[in-house]
Design a protein around this ligand. Structure first.
Ligand SMILES: *[C@@H]1O[C@H](CO)[C@@H](O)[C@H](O)[C@H]1NC(C)=O
Ligand SMILES: *[C@@H]1O[C@H](CO)[C@@H](O)[C@H](O)[C@H]1NC(C)=O
Ligand SMILES: *[C@@H]1O[C@H](CO)[C@@H](O)[C@H](O)[C@H]1NC(C)=O
Ligand SMILES: *[C@@H]1O[C@H](CO)[C@@H](O)[C@H](O)[C@H]1NC(C)=O
Length: 525
């Protein structure tokens, strides 16, 4: 047997030898030049819905482009503030012509070279870019708009996020029936959209297809997102995070340092629970503290007229508590704050768990800081995010229709103690950290498109063909080789049919001619 130390010695020796082969001391060395040249250009960032959580990743990438000397103009509705309500698809279609004209005039006034369009109900942005033959980069926080993945679905369609282990019937429902139903539902709106398109001289787009996008950047990462294969024109860039975040206020800092098992609670700005659920949440926090599962709660809470709590709550042990002192920040271990520097709170070592609604931005920050999550999703992409985080082994989820205090407490306890949750959180923290560098790569890709369109003198059919897989140009049948498989199936079936036919003919021949012949012969004898 070779002794272990000896192996190490041998390996070291081989490495030294390799190194000497590689670095030839007799040659001179000069640095490799990796500078790329991209002359400053004018970029328009367009988002129909706006809102801070929605725009933030796009603006983080835009900030890099600005730093590199490009002019970036933002065109959006509303203010750069937490958005209370997002507009609907119907509203965006109603506004289409107006939005289109706005984009058009800004594109002219600012001499725009490239569009970055938020992919969410923002058809006007994509259409104007294509009409002006300018390159367009689409951004979104999930794959639904770009490339859904063959075996993925979403609770939005009442389906599992993964169809891997679903029955045939369930897959049929999720792949064919539910999308068709959705198409049927939005069909009139798409028709209306196409009418408006024709009125501003934009070619109508067939149902189920979307306007052409040069490059699609998706603010997520595999690990959080379920794995799938991607064409080169769809790239992951997430999690996009800022370089700096607001730090803790002195008050919060004191609270955090005085408690070493803090639960951080924040449900975003747009979602409100019912009075019954509000009471249950409050009761769970008080009981979790009483049971010493956690020792502090930081609660980002802006009470609006829609939020209401009962004046007293009965705990599981039968005792009563008043809610107003807690909501007025009189409880020694529950800290309610309007302004919550979320990243800094999650980043603090004493924050052990994040009770969240499962929005993409919050989930990224939690993964980045290795904080496990308890998720109460309210709608849109949050159900899917919650399921993805649960399947990644870093979170548990709750159902808003069926909240139960002891269930909440048990889940908090489990998330704090379970070894696998801890391991998975650390694993995803590492992944999130290395992937957070990809926003620079995203900016690089955008510069490549600018450079390429400059050389190309605009966007034509051939533009960026190096990134578009052939199947995207070949149509449904050729693109999927259905014709070839069809022909192959035809040949196989034909052969089998031929063989069966020969057997059938032979048997009938034997039955009809040969057997009667012998019978006749026998009879004659
Ligand atoms: C960017 O904006 C500045 C100031 O408005 C202007 O001088 C410059 O020409 C613009 N850059 C490009 C590429 O148009
Ligand atoms: C999705 O499927 C997985 C495994 O096949 C299962 O554990 C999970 O409960 C399913 N989720 C939903 C929401 O049906
Ligand atoms: C489906 O089942 C296989 C085999 O049990 C397992 O390895 C895989 O993780 C499951 N997939 C999902 C999405 O639950
Ligand atoms: C995050 O934590 C690190 C140390 O763990 C600290 O250096 C950094 O300033 C913190 N950032 C914020 C925004 O709190």
């Amino acid at each position: 047997m070779v002794k272990k130390p000896f192996i190490f010695l041998l390996l070291t020796l081989i490495l030294i030898l390799l190194n000497q082969v590689y670095v030839d001391a007799t040659l001179d060395y000069a640095p490799r030049n990796i500078d790329t040249e991209c002359s400053p250009k004018n970029i328009l960032v367009g988002s129909y819905v706006g809102g801070r959580s929605h725009l933030k990743p796009i603006l983080d990438v835009a900030a890099i482009l600005i730093e590199r000397g490009h002019n970036v103009t933002l065109l959006t509705s509303g203010y750069y503030a937490p958005s209370l309500e997002y507009p609907t698809f119907e509203k965006s279609v109603k506004d289409y012509k107006e939005t289109y004209e706005k984009y058009k005039s800004v594109a002219k006034d600012y001499n725009i070279d490239l569009f970055i369009c938020d992919m969410h109900i923002n058809e006007a942005c994509l259409d104007i870019a294509n009409t002006l033959k300018k390159p367009v980069v689409g951004m979104s926080s999930f794959f639904q708009f770009a490339n859904r993945g063959l075996h993925k679905s979403d609770p939005m369609f009442q389906c599992n996020i993964s169809l891997e282990n679903e029955s045939f019937l369930e897959r049929f429902k999720c792949i064919i029936v539910r999308p068709l139903k959705l198409f049927y539902m939005i069909h009139p709106i798409i028709n209306q959209l196409n009418n408006f398109r024709e009125q501003v001289n934009v070619k109508p787009i067939v149902m189920g297809q979307s306007p052409k996008v040069s490059l699609h950047l998706v603010d997520t990462f595999f690990g959080f997102e379920l794995p799938q294969s991607l064409p080169p024109n769809v790239q992951e860039m997430g999690p996009v995070l800022s370089e700096e975040y607001p730090s803790l206020t002195p008050e919060l800092s004191d609270f955090m340092n005085a408690h070493d098992r803090v639960l951080y609670v924040a449900f975003g700005t747009r979602f409100h629970a019912s009075t019954e659920n509000n009471n249950k949440l409050l009761q769970s926090f008080v009981e979790a503290i009483n049971k010493k599962i956690i020792d502090g709660v930081v609660w980002a809470l802006v009470l609006t007229p829609e939020d209401s709590y009962s004046s007293t709550i009965t705990l599981t042990d039968g005792s009563h508590i008043q809610t107003s002192p807690i909501l007025n920040n009189k409880h020694p271990h529950i800290h309610i704050t309007k302004f919550a520097p979320q990243f800094a709170i999650l980043n603090h070592t004493n924050t052990k768990l994040f009770f969240a609604h499962g929005g993409a931005g919050s989930s990224h920050e939690s993964l980045y800081t290795g904080t496990p999550m308890l998720i109460l999703p309210f709608g849109v992409d949050q159900m899917g995010n919650a399921d993805k985080l649960e399947s990644a082994g870093v979170a548990l989820t709750l159902n808003k229709f069926n909240l139960d205090v002891s269930d909440i407490i048990n889940k908090i306890d489990f998330l704090l103690k379970d070894k696998n949750i801890k391991k998975n959180s650390e694993r995803l923290e590492f992944l999130a950290k290395i992937n957070s560098k990809r926003k620079f790569r995203a900016a690089d890709s955008i510069e490549y498109i600018l450079h390429s369109s400059n050389l190309n003198e605009g966007v034509d059919e051939e533009f960026l063909n190096e990134w578009f897989p052939a199947e995207s140009r070949m149509g449904l049948i050729k693109g999927n080789n259905y014709d070839v498989y069809g022909a192959w199936l035809g040949i196989v079936l034909g052969l089998i049919g031929g063989i069966l036919w020969v057997i059938f003919v032979s048997i009938s021949f034997i039955l009809k001619r040969i057997i009667p012949f012998f019978i006749q012969k026998l009879k004659n004898e």
